[in-house]
Design a protein around this ligand. Structure first.
Ligand code: ARG
Length: 573
């Protein structure tokens, strides 16, 4: 056990509050101190004073007296203002925590006390179509969430809900049959096939009819149709996997549970909904009505689960997949990540599932994000108004990152600069996405995301590499923090010890930008320390070794945090 100093203090304070007031489990409400010379401030006395009919200052004073030095944790504790308690850790306690964190592969971050099984539905591109920026955001945000929750000790099930089923596959496979196409050579050819088939579908009623019959054959598992469909899926997956590799995300083929996966669960799901009275037949279709949800024009929104032609749609698939996640995968927490436009769809799906009685204690969340905008503030498009191909975008990011790397580190060998540019370019795209609160629209700007200053990937990567390389330059490693004489050293340790807290926050809120903000602040605390406290030229050997250990812990924490965001730190830059 290696509780961070603020956690240890929080429990000791709660115990002191209990002994003084008899109140149990009072949150001491610790925040960062505003008064110089102190680390934290406890705000419990305001509310507690009111509850006890005492002045907050009196309560604060009694608790502070009882607290003493909190078992060696504190150097000082002082009541101030209307009843805050200012608290300063003892340097020895901070140093001991830092030394233990440095020796710990988890950097002092505890494992979850109740590990859960968590499904995360993310990425989910559509077969036979280009992946768009919405899929990019879902992939990047989802992967960061998965990595963070996995690190906390939960069991993560990645669910790539591939759009691989539905009417358009009748159209595509029928067109393949008609043109005697057994195999589509590549993604390019697939695009052509899609356009041709769509044109026929729109112009030729007889073809449209046979396409509709073909869907029925497909959904009934007709082997010849399935073989053609599988070819489309394979070609698309090859393309998608190429992007995943470029993006360095953790998704693999194993994680694909596309819409087709739920095919033989759809009829049963709809039957259950009808039985429970949640869905009703209406004009030949089966639908879930509810007063709760409205269309943009104010009319009641309806969740169609079976269409008039007997086919099942997106809604039925999501209801079947929700049951699968709860009943078969035993998920405790279900997370879905798509853009904001699907919010109502998911709210309707979740509400229907609850009404049907399928949901118990599980926590079910739609994690939505805003639109990606170009520098002109308009939806992201190419200059000619077309959709941007994601692989072009990523290639472009790497090319631009290369210019930054070449300018900054011309002395490094060519091959290494190429590898660094790759890490910086991809890291910059991901970090720009993750560091913006996901509910806000994301302004996509290469100049901004590749800037060496500010809250960007290049800034953090350089900070991390610099902190790491100090040990190399010193020619020695040090594993103990022993001297914390300067305020900048102390602030750095206090910031380092908050890593576990921010990971908890991300786990709760599923907002990776909180981790980004933390890492940016940590890099800032490190710079402040580094400017004020010479490391290699420290006044004495003990201080030098202690500061080297601080640099090492900072580098490890930055690297670990960036890793949880899916960003790789190069060895040199
Ligand atoms: N394929 C869908 C799209 O491109 C996203 C699927 C999201 N996941 C889900 N379970 N519906 O919009």
């Amino acid at each position: 056990m290696n509780p961070a100093p603020n956690h240890a203090l929080s429990s000791t304070l709660a115990a002191a509050i209990e002994r003084v007031t008899g109140r149990t489990e009072v949150d001491p409400l610790l925040t960062v101190a505003r008064q110089p010379g102190f680390d934290l401030q406890a705000n419990f006395a305001m509310k507690l004073g009111k509850q006890l009919g005492e002045t907050p200052r009196d309560v604060a004073a009694r608790v502070t007296e009882k607290l003493g030095d909190a078992g060696g944790l504190l150097a000082s504790a002082e009541v101030s203002g209307p009843g805050f308690v200012n608290l300063a850790f003892s340097p020895a306690a901070l140093a001991a925590w830092a030394t233990r964190a440095l020796a710990d592969a988890r950097l002092g971050v505890p494992l979850a006390t109740t590990p859960q099984t968590i499904t995360v539905d993310y990425s989910a591109p559509n077969v036979a179509k280009e992946m768009h920026v919405g899929h990019l955001r879902s992939t990047v945000i989802g992967d960061a969430i998965v990595r963070t929750l996995e690190f906390a000790g939960h069991t993560l099930i990645r669910m790539n809900h591939l759009g691989d089923w539905g009417t358009q596959f009748g159209m595509l496979t029928q067109h393949m049959l008609d043109t005697n196409t057994q195999h589509v050579t590549d993604f390019e050819a697939l695009g052509t096939l899609y356009r041709d088939a769509k044109q026929r579908f729109d112009e030729d009623a007889a073809f449209a009819d046979s396409a509709r019959r073909r869907v029925v054959a497909l959904q009934a598992g007709d082997p010849a149709t399935i073989a053609l469909w599988q070819d489309l899926v394979d070609v698309s997956l090859a393309h998608i996997n190429h992007l995943y590799a470029q993006l360095d995300v953790t998704l693999t083929d194993e994680d694909v549970t596309g819409e087709s996966f739920y095919n033989d669960r759809l009829a049963g799901t709809v039957a259950l909904l009808l039985e429970a009275g949640v869905a009703v037949e209406s004009e030949g279709a089966v639908a879930v009505f509810s007063e709760q949800f409205k269309n943009p024009d104010g009319s009641p929104a309806v969740l169609i689960v079976r269409k008039t032609d007997g086919g099942f749609g997106y809604g039925a698939t999501d209801l079947a997949s929700l049951r699968y996640r709860i009943d078969d995968l035993h998920a405790d927490r279900l997370i879905y990540i798509t853009d904001a436009r699907q919010s109502q769809h998911f709210q309707m799906v979740f509400a229907a599932a609850r009404r049907a009685g399928w949901v118990g204690e599980q926590r079910i969340e739609h994690i939505w994000f805003g639109t990606m905008l170009g520098e002109d503030g308009k939806p992201f498009k190419t200059r000619s108004g077309g959709t941007i191909r994601l692989s072009d975008l990523l290639d472009d990011a790497v090319v631009r990152a290369r210019a930054v790397v070449d300018a900054k580190s011309p002395e490094l060998p060519e091959e290494e600069r190429a590898a660094i540019a790759n890490a910086v370019g991809i890291g910059a795209v991901k970090y720009a996405d993750l560091s913006t609160s996901r509910q806000r629209d994301l302004l996509f700007s290469f100049d901004r995301m590749l800037a060496l200053d500010g809250n960007t990937a290049p800034y953090l990567l350089y900070a991390c590499v610099r902190a790491e390389s100090i040990g190399t330059r010193a020619g020695e490693t040090s594993d103990a923090v022993t001297v914390l004489a300067e305020p900048q050293e102390r602030s750095l340790v206090v910031k380092l010890s908050a890593f576990a807290d921010v990971l908890d926050e991300v786990e709760e809120s599923l907002e990776p930008h909180r981790l980004c903000t933390y890492l940016y602040e940590l890099a800032g605390a490190y710079t402040t320390f580094y400017d004020a406290c010479p490391v290699l030229k420290a006044p004495d050997e003990e201080t030098r070794r202690s500061r080297l250990a601080l640099c090492a812990l900072t580098a490890k924490t930055l690297k670990s945090g960036l890793g949880l965001l899916g960003i790789t730190v190069p060895a040199r830059m």
